[in-house]
Ligand binder design. Structure first.
Ligand code: ADP
Length: 581
């Protein structure tokens, strides 16, 4: 009996030893993020999370930052169920899933991890910082301003409330209107600053401030050249023809993605010594002797003061993600409408400046992008085939209802009047080949096909059947359109640009709907990017650039004018703030 007991004890001890041995070590796991598979290696020491290494991932740089945040939180708390990173839900989910998968292989259940009190993350932050120029917001405008100010010799700190830089610029296509650009020259397209001004004014129903428009138009080409030569942004060798422009003038960054802009702007800023503090929302502007002299921000629940000896630049973007602010300014823009915006676009800069008496303009003008994902509101880059003049928009009845290269607001309004408030974009295989959107935006393409929002079919009839579109009408629409192409004139909607007839299948149809995209209103600035108060006087020490400003695009911003705007005014703000005494 004694022998049996000691044998059993030995077994129990051996099993316990095996359990410990199983828990400590490195374990790999997988999850699915926004861009694809995320593979991690988890190191467990003494039953605690000692480290997490990301072995493989396809997240874009901004979203990849979310994984760093989660990793730090998991190690600090010894927990895997940590809060998702706002604005990076899919990347967060994929990363957490991968870590849990790895943990399951260690034999430790997530609830068996003993929680630790997270050491306060403020240890790496002071209560006060001194800079010449403090910039709020690390989107395109903020980073362009930061680089310019740093090139002028200023000490610059950029505050970013999210865990990743980039804002709406990152998730945009990054296209930039620039009259007289190098590709227009190559293609023999005549353009001028004057014509660009006219397009912006007409596109905005002449509600724009013509002086602000002129400065934008005059400096757009220089800004594009600066991005290319100074910042190192790579541009594709083709342009896009955005709605409302009178000629094709929009440059396209590498992969038709704002990622290229943000990556290069961030690298250049950091090379110049610009400090970027992420997870640090600015909450208040502080004045001293009538001049804006500091920004109060929060980091991990702690207040930090950033002193700005020369000036503060607000580059906080628009307010497309602030439902209350949207509704207060335009009741039509309620919760029923989806949004393409980054979650950080909550109008903070406008609110902070208003506390100092800043003037706002055009707040009611909120733009919807006409062809977004009908389920999520995400901007669909596969739809760029339309901007290459190679797709038509039809309704459920199989009929065209608007000029496909019209202004965004005109198309959006027309779509809302169609059955179900949706439109169907149609194109053929030749157009797919020519535009290459299935390759340049492969993840999006695959995802749309998987969810049935985009269909590829051998015949027009089959493609129509997927959505219940009237196939007979659709064929008649295609035949009519092809005739217009042959005659060189679209008799129904007078479509601009080259008219290219549809030929053989396979055919593609994508279901789309309008979603909130850009807030045209914002802070009133002068041509020096200084913020103006309700009496029209400059607020000393305060500058603003980008979507946080108003009066540049009037009632409606034309596609690709935002990148021109944020770069031009970001540079002006950076330069002027750095020049302050
Ligand atoms: P723009 O195109 O004008 O540059 P973006 O949307 O690209 O605008 O960038 C604005 C950035 O400002 C976003 O990264 C957003 O998260 C950030 N931001 C917004 N509000 C604040 C705030 N209160 N403090 C710090 N950053 C902010």
């Amino acid at each position: 009996m004694k022998k049996l007991m000691s044998l059993m004890l030995c077994c129990v001890l051996l099993m316990a030893a095996a359990a410990v041995a199983l828990a400590d070590g490195t374990f790999q796991g997988e999850g699915t993020g926004k861009g694809g598979t995320i593979k991690v290696e988890l190191t467990i020491e003494n039953d605690e999370i000692a480290d997490i290494a990301v072995l493989e991932h396809e997240e874009t740089p901004g979203f990849a930052d979310a994984m760093d945040t989660l990793r730090a939180a998991m190690i600090a708390t010894n927990q895997v169920d940590v809060d998702m990173v706002a604005g990076a839900t899919l990347s967060s989910t994929g990363f957490i899933e991968a870590v849990k998968d790895a943990l399951s292989k260690s034999g430790i259940a997530p609830e068996a991890l003993v929680a630790k009190e997270a050491a306060t993350q403020t240890a790496d932050r002071e209560a006060e910082y001194d800079a010449d120029v403090v910039i709020v917001g690390a989107g395109g405008a903020g980073l362009a301003a930061a680089i310019t100010a740093a090139e002028d010799g200023a000490k610059v700190i950029v505050l970013e409330k999210m865990s990743n830089v980039g804002g709406n610029t990152l998730i945009s296509g990054g296209e930039m209107a620039a009259p007289g650009n190098w590709l227009q020259e190559k293609e023999g397209i005549e353009d001028s600053v004057e014509q660009f001004c006219q397009d912006i004014l007409t596109g905005g129903d002449n509600e724009n401030d013509p002086e602000l428009v002129r400065v934008l138009a005059e400096n757009a080409l220089d800004a594009a050249t600066w991005l290319r030569d100074d910042v190192g942004v790579e541009f594709e060798d083709y342009m896009l023809f955005f709605g409302g422009h009178s000629v094709k003038r929009s440059l396209v960054p590498k992969n038709a993605s704002g990622v290229e802009l943000i990556e290069k702007l961030t690298a250049r800023a950091e090379a110049l010594g610009v400090v970027i503090h992420k997870n640090t929302p600015a909450v208040k502007l502080v004045t001293e002797d009538g001049k804006v002299a500091a920004v109060k921000a929060e980091y991990n629940g702690q207040e930090i003061t950033y002193h700005a000896a020369k000036g503060v630049i607000l580059a906080t973007g628009g307010f497309g993600s602030n439902l209350e602010m949207r509704k207060a300014n335009n009741p039509d823009m309620d919760e029923k409408i989806l949004s393409t915006n980054s979650v950080g676009s909550t109008g903070d800069g406008i609110i902070m400046a208003q506390e100092l008496g800043a003037q706002t303009v055009d707040m009611q003008y909120i733009q919807t992008y006409p062809t977004c994902d009908p389920e999520t509101g995400t901007l669909l880059y596969v739809g760029d085939v339309r901007l290459e003049g190679r797709a038509i928009l039809v309704n459920l009845e199989g009929k065209r209802f608007v000029e496909e290269l019209e202004r965004r607001d005109v198309i959006s309004l027309a779509v809302t009047e169609q059955t179900g408030g949706v439109s169907y974009m149609f194109w053929d295989e030749a157009s797919m080949q020519a535009s290459g959107v299935n390759a340049s935006h492969k993840q999006e393409y695959d995802n749309l096909i998987e969810r049935g929002i985009l269909v590829k079919a051998d015949t027009v009839e089959e493609a129509c059947a997927h959505f219940g579109i009237d196939a007979v009408e659709m064929q008649a629409t295609i035949d009519r359109y092809n005739q217009y192409c042959q005659d060189g004139k679209d008799l129904e909607f007078n479509k601009r640009g080259d008219l290219i007839a549809f030929t053989d299948g396979p055919y593609y149809i994508m279901k789309t709907t309008p979603a909130i995209h850009h807030t045209m209103g914002g802070l009133k600035i002068n041509t020096e990017a200084q913020v103006v108060d309700t009496d029209g006087n400059v607020i000393p020490g305060l500058y603003a650039a980008g979507e946080v400003t108003g009066d540049i695009h009037g009632t409606n911003r034309l596609g690709s004018d935002a990148i021109a705007d944020i770069t031009v005014y970001g540079r002006i703000a950076g330069h002027n703030a750095a020049a302050q005494e």
